[in-house]
Design a protein around this ligand. Structure first.
Ligand code: CO8
Length: 259
């Protein structure tokens, strides 16, 4: 699928989804969200895809937000529908059975910061800038930024960022735990693929169950979270990967998962 605003590439088990509207700094209009939605379905359905990387085209922006020109004259009902649609697409990323890495290559503002936060792991280039500038436009984050930012970095810093609308650089994003790695822009995709390869060398079923346990656990109390973990842990013991992983350990060899 090579659509206009979202490009889907596959490379050795890794799907690379690129938001491709460089003239608008990859701003998310409705059409782009729809194409992203389809690209995610494609990544989920393709058995060869083990890990997904989401990035932006060009050297300036990951995604500079939802498309302000498109939002400008929306009615409250249209705004609600747009917000709910964006939330559902980003939720699809979060609940994808495969790990998703955000390779943040520049501005990640508003909907762009929200897109990165729906991904499992965020790696950013040195020039990346993060922020939720919505209050400067007379609106609030609408693609789950008010929900995910405090869950990731805590309420005090999240409120500071959302109330001031200020941008932070990648060093600050790393310091507050919004991203897990900073790399040179020229190395961003290679470093993301390297991480993807390391993840792919492990049991994909186990990773998928771990993702579900972490995500569901973050949405509930610890006792319920522990119940979820024990269920997923037990499920691992119904898989070939568990047998292979433990046999390989006993036999002092590298496991071959996904047989
Ligand atoms: N939407 C539409 N177009 C954009 C956007 C955007 N978010 N960001 C940049 N562009 C366009 C500019 O209009 C410009 O187009 P043109 O060349 O035709 O004038 C082009 O991209 C290049 O941008 P700049 O000339 O502004 O580039 P600079 O290097 O001077 O500045 C910035 C870069 C700082 C990133 C600047 O472009 C900027 O501030 N952009 C807007 C950032 C922003 O406010 N983002 C948040 C948007 S709101 C949002 O995301 C809410 C999400 C939830 C929505 C819920 C639905 C109701």
């Amino acid at each position: 699928m090579d659509s206009n605003n979202v490009v889907f590439n596959k490379d050795d088990g890794v799907a690379i989804i690129t938001i491709n509207r460089p003239k608008s700094l990859n701003a998310l209009n409705y059409e782009t969200l729809k194409e992203l939605d389809s690209a995610l379905d494609k990544a989920e359905d393709d058995k060869d895809v083990k890990v997904v990387i989401i990035t932006g085209s060009g050297e300036k922006a990951f995604v500079a937000g939802a498309d302000i020109a498109e939002m400008k004259n929306m009615t409250p009902l249209e705004a609600k529908k747009f917000s709910e649609y964006g939330q559902s697409v980003f939720r699809k990323i979060e609940t994808l059975s495969k790990p998703v890495i955000a390779a943040v290559n520049g501005f990640a503002l508003g909907g762009g910061c929200e897109l990165s936060m729906a991904c499992d792991i965020r790696i950013a280039s040195k020039n990346a800038k993060f922020g939720q500038p919505e209050v400067g436009l007379g609106i609030i984050p609408g693609f789950s930024g008010t929900q995910r930012l405090p869950r990731i970095i805590g309420t005090s810093k999240a409120k500071e960022l959302i109330f001031t609308g200020e941008m932070i650089n990648s060093d600050e994003a790393y310091r507050i735990g919004l991203i897990s790695k900073i790399v040179e822009l020229s190395d961003l995709i290679e470093e993301s693929k390297k991480l993807a390869k390391t993840i792919m060398s492990k049991s994909q079923i186990a990773i998928s169950l771990a993702k579900e346990a972490i995500n569901k656990g973050m949405e509930t109390d610890i006792d319920t979270g522990n119940t979820i973990e024990a269920e997923k842990f037990s499920l691992c013991f119904t898989t070939e990967d568990q047998k292979e992983g433990m046999n390989a350990f006993s036999e002092k060899r590298t496991p071959k998962f996904g047989k």
